[in-house]
Design a protein around this ligand. Structure first.
Ligand SMILES: [Zn+2]
Length: 250
């Protein structure tokens, strides 16, 4: 085991930048924190009547499978999806945390509890990049150190939930988490929790649900699985949710 602490460099962010540069898609630098650029990638739909999807990852720097899943999504061929969808992808919200394997940013702030504050650089960058933008669906990739399996959160303004179907669709890829996560989560069905009103809008996903998207998800993979299986699970959840919403209203 490598000892993990502030200041230890564990991951190479320039590899992420190189992979993003190598993709033939519009790459926007939406901001910079401690000299690390934060990027957004736009994939346009080929249809005028499409649904806009937002995918975010790397908000917690010690949850690398989300970043890897976002990158692999950008690197693969999505042309059949582009008949129905456009995508905005922010693959690494917290580069400092990603490099140093910390949940928080360099200032020790959990960015996912900072969306009502005005002085947190990373959340300010996300808020201004998304200002006035509306999505049909927003998905934030996360991981859980204590979980013994995968699970997901869903928020939907119309209270119609796809969670149970989604969990079923991917459960052949690995076990569903047994224990409840350590917050005021309410389990609706196996592996499926609701984004709670009581969370307020400090977190990215509730912020998105309130201001930008009627329908949101947080996917959580257990960090004790190997990275390949975790990335696979994120991508499979993503593909299944797109299949399910293809013909839905919003
Ligand atoms: Zn997380």
């Amino acid at each position: 085991m490598m000892s993990v602490g502030k200041g230890n460099i564990l991951r190479n962010y320039s590899e992420i930048i190189q992979r993003l540069m190598a993709i033939d898609l519009p790459l926007i630098e939406i901001g910079r924190v401690h000299d690390y650029p934060i990027f957004q990638v736009r994939i346009n739909s080929i249809s005028d009547s499409h649904k806009s999807i937002l995918i975010t990852a790397g908000l917690h720097g010690d949850e690398p499978a989300g970043v890897e899943a976002a990158l692999q999504f950008l690197e693969r061929d999505n042309s059949s999806l582009l008949q129905k969808f456009s995508f905005d992808v922010i693959p690494c919200i917290n580069p400092y945390g990603y490099i140093h394997n910390t949940r928080e940013n360099r200032e020790g702030i959990d960015i996912n509890r900072s969306f009502e504050d005005d002085n947190i650089q990373e959340s300010n960058i996300i808020k201004s990049a998304l200002e006035h933008k509306h999505f049909s669906l927003a998905i934030d990739f996360h991981e859980d150190y204590d979980a013994d399996g995968f699970y997901l959160y869903e928020g939907n303004r119309d209270e119609k939930y796809l969670g149970p179907k989604l969990v079923k669709a991917v459960q052949h890829l690995g076990p569903i988490a047994n224990e409840e996560p350590e917050d005021d989560s309410i389990q609706i069905s196996e592996g499926f929790y609701k984004v709670q009103k009581s969370w307020g809008t400090q977190g990215l996903t509730p912020h998105l649900l309130y201001y930008h998207s009627p329908h949101v998800f947080i996917f959580e993979t257990p960090t004790n699985w190997n990275i390949h299986n975790r990335v696979n699970l994120h991508l499979s959840l993503l593909d299944n949710v797109l299949k399910l919403i293809k013909y839905l209203g919003h």
